[in-house]
Design a protein around this ligand. Structure first.
Ligand code: NBP
Length: 482
C-alpha cells in the first residue's frame, strides 16, 4: 500500500481531479472500469505525479494506505451505487468513500446510512467548476461526518480553488448536505444563465445589435457589480465565429438548451419544502420550452399575430436602455440568489443540517461556475446576520434592488408590449412585488377554498379557524377551532 488517496472513474472529472491531487503532492491510486481509459490516462499524465494505476478494484483497494480514502467520480445513479458497493466489500471500518459525482442528496442520505452500518465513512461531496475546475481548483462541498471532514480537510484544502487565499471548501453538514448545496448551486447557475440569455435576447432582437456588439457590452458589464465567470464566458461565446461558415457561432447553434437534472431537482425540492424559487423554476421551464420541437414548430405554423420583438429605442437613448437591462439583470439575479439561499436554509431546518450560509457564499467565490464578485457581499450579509430571513433585506441588497427598481419595471413592461419573452426577469419582479405587498389576494383564495371544500380560514382580527356555512340562509360563520 503506497497511495494516500485514490480516484475511481477516469472520465473528464475523475481524471482532472486525480491530476490535481497528484499536482499537490498526493500519491494517487487510479482505477477505471475500462482499463483502456486508465492506460490512456497514464500515457498522457502518468509523468505529472505519483500515480498507482490499478487493473482491478481489488488491486486499487490494496494500493491504498489505511485508513483508506477513495474518491468516486463516476456517472451518478446506478453506476455510483455499483462502485460504492464494490469498494465497501473490500474496505475496512474507518475507511472513507467520497462520492464526488452529481448525486441526488436523498441517495447520499441512503448511502451514508448503509455505509455507516458497515463502519465506513461516506462523504457526498459536491464538486463544481467542470473539468477545468477539477484540474486547477474546484469549489468543493463535502457532507458526511465531522470525523471524515477532519481527515479529508488537508487533502481537499490543497486541491480546492482559492479566493483571497482561502480554500473554497468547507464541511457543509452531515450526510446529504453537501450534495444538496451543490444541487442548489446548479439551480442558481440555471437562473443566472437564463437571465444573461434574456439580456442577450433583448439586445439582439429588441435592439438589433450584432453578437460582437453584445459581446462588447458583456465585457463592459464584467467591470461592474455583475463581474462573474458566466458574464465573462458569455462575452467569449458571443465573440466566437463558426469555422465552417464564418458566421457568429451563436447563430449556428441549435436553440435547444440541454439539461442533466440538477436544475429540475432544485425546483422539485423547493416545491416539497414550500419555498418559491421562481427564478430557477422559470429557467428550467425555459430550457424545457426551447427543446419542445413539435410545440415550437406548431406555433410557428400558426403565424400568431403580435408585436415583432423590435424595440423602438432611438440611437441616442441606446446607452440608457442598455443600462436599464443591466439593472434589470442585476436585480433579478439578486432575487434568484436570495431564493436559492432560502431553499438551502429551509432544507437545513428540515434535515437538521445547521448550514453556515456565509460559508457557502464564501466557497462559491472561486472555482465554481457561479463564481462572482458579489458573493463576497452575500457572505458579508450573512456574516452580519442581516440576510437571515432574506438576502433582499440586507442593507446592500435592499439598496441595490431599490436602485434597480425603475429600470427593471421599464424593461419588463417594454418586453411585454413588444413580445420579447423574459420569464426570469418578469417572475423575479413579480416575486419581489409579492414580497413587498402588505396584503396579498391569498385571502380570496382562502374564501374560495372554504366555499368549495370547507377548508376553513383564519381571521385578521381573532385567533382560530373559521368556516362559513355557505348552504345555510344568511351564511353564518362558525368557529371550527380555537
Ligand atoms: P461521466 O458521468 O460521463 O461517467 C463516466 C465514468 O463513469 C467513466 O469512468 C465510466 O467508466 C464510469 N462508469 C459508468 Br458510466 N458506469 C460504471 C459502472 N457501472 N461501474 C464503474 N464505472 C462506471 O463522467 P464525468 O463527466 O467525468 O462525471 C463524473 C461525475 O462527476 C458525474 O457524477 C457527474 O455528474 C459529475 N460532475 C460532472 C461535471 C462535469 O462538468 N462534467 C461537473 C461536476 C460534477 P468506463 O470508462 O468504464 O465507461
Amino acid at each position: 500500500a503506497a497511495a494516500n488517496v485514490g480516484v475511481v472513474g477516469l472520465a473528464a472529472m475523475g481524471a482532472s481531479l486525480a491530476r490535481n491531487l497528484a499536482h499537490h503532492g498526493n500519491k494517487v491510486a487510479v482505477f477505471n472500469r475500462t482499463y483502456a481509459r486508465t492506460e490512456d490516462f497514464m500515457e498522457h499524465h502518468g509523468q505529472e505525479g505519483d500515480f498507482y494505476p490499478a487493473r482491478t478494484v481489488e488491486e486499487f483497494v490494496a494500493s491504498l494506505e489505511k485508513p483508506r480514502t477513495a474518491i468516486v467520480m463516476v456517472k451518478a445513479g446506478a453506476p455510483t451505487d455499483q462502485v460504492i458497493n464494490e469498494l465497501a466489500d473490500l474496505m475496512e471500518p474507518g475507511d472513507i468513500i467520497v462520492d464526488g459525482g452529481n448525486s441526488f442528496f436523498q441517495d447520499t442520505i441512503r448511502r451514508e446510512k448503509a455505509m455507516a452500518q458497515r463502519g465506513l465513512h461516506f462523504v457526498g461531496m459536491g464538486v463544481s467548476g467542470g473539468e477545468e475546475g477539477a484540474l486547477n481548483g474546484p469549489s468543493l462541498m463535502p457532507g458526511g461526518s465531522e470525523e471524515s471532514w477532519e481527515r479529508l480537510k488537508p487533502i481537499l484544502e490543497s486541491i480546492a480553488a482559492k479566493a483571497d487565499g482561502e480554500p473554497c471548501v468547507m464541511h457543509i453538514g452531515p450526510n446529504g448536505a453537501g450534495h444538496f448545496v451543490k444541487m442548489v448551486h446548479n439551480g442558481i447557475e440555471y437562473a443566472d444563465m437564463q437571465l444573461i440569455a434574456e439580456s442577450y435576447d433583448l439586445m439582439r432582437r429588441g435592439l438589433g445589435m450584432t453578437p460582437d456588439e453584445i459581446g462588447a457590452v458583456f465585457e463592459d458589464w464584467n467591470r461592474t457589480e455583475l463581474n462573474s465567470y458566466l458574464i465573462e464566458i458569455t462575452a467569449q461565446v458571443l465573440r466566437e465565429k463558426d469555422e465552417r461558415t464564418g458566421k457568429p457561432l451563436v447563430d449556428v447553434i441549435l436553440d435547444h438548451a440541454g439539461m442533466k437534472g440538477t436544475g429540475t431537482w432544485t425546483v422539485q425540492c423547493a416545491l416539497n419544502l414550500g419555498i418559491p424559487v421562481t427564478g430557477i423554476a422559470e429557467a428550467v421551464f425555459a430550457r424545457g420550452l426551447s427543446s419542445q420541437t413539435e410545440l415550437r414548430e406548431g406555433a410557428a405554423a400558426q403565424h400568431f399575430s403580435g408585436p415583432d420583438a423590435a424595440l423602438d429605442v432611438p440611437a441616442d437613448q441606446r446607452d440608457a436602455f442598455l443600462d436599464d437591462i443591466r439593472h434589470a439583470l442585476y436585480a433579478s439575479k439578486i432575487v434568484a440568489y436570495a431564493q436559492g439561499f432560502n431553499e438551502i436554509a429551509a432544507a437545513g431546518k428540515e434535515y437538521g443540517w445547521d448550514i453556515d450560509m456565509a460559508g457557502v457564499a464564501r466557497i462559491w467565490r472561486a472555482g465554481c461556475i457561479i463564481r462572482a464578485r458579489f458573493l463576497d457581499t452575500i457572505s458579508d450579509a450573512f456574516e452580519t446576520g442581516t440576510a437571515d430571513v432574506s438576502l433582499l433585506f440586507a442593507p446592500y441588497f435592499k439598496e441595490a434592488i431599490e436602485r434597480c427598481g425603475q429600470p427593471w419595471r421599464r424593461i419588463v413592461a417594454d418586453c411585454a408590449m413588444h413580445g420579447i419573452p423574459i420569464p426570469c426577469f418578469s417572475s423575479s419582479l413579480a416575486y419581489f412585488d409579492g414580497l413587498r405587498s402588505t396584503r396579498l389576494p391569498a385571502a380570496l383564495i382562502q374564501g374560495q377554498r372554504d366555499l368549495f371544500g370547507a377548508h376553513t380560514y383564519q381571521r385578521i382580527d381573532m385567533p382560530g379557524a373559521f368556516h362559513v356555512e355557505w348552504e345555510e340562509p344568511g351564511h353564518p360563520e362558525v368557529q371550527v377551532s380555537k
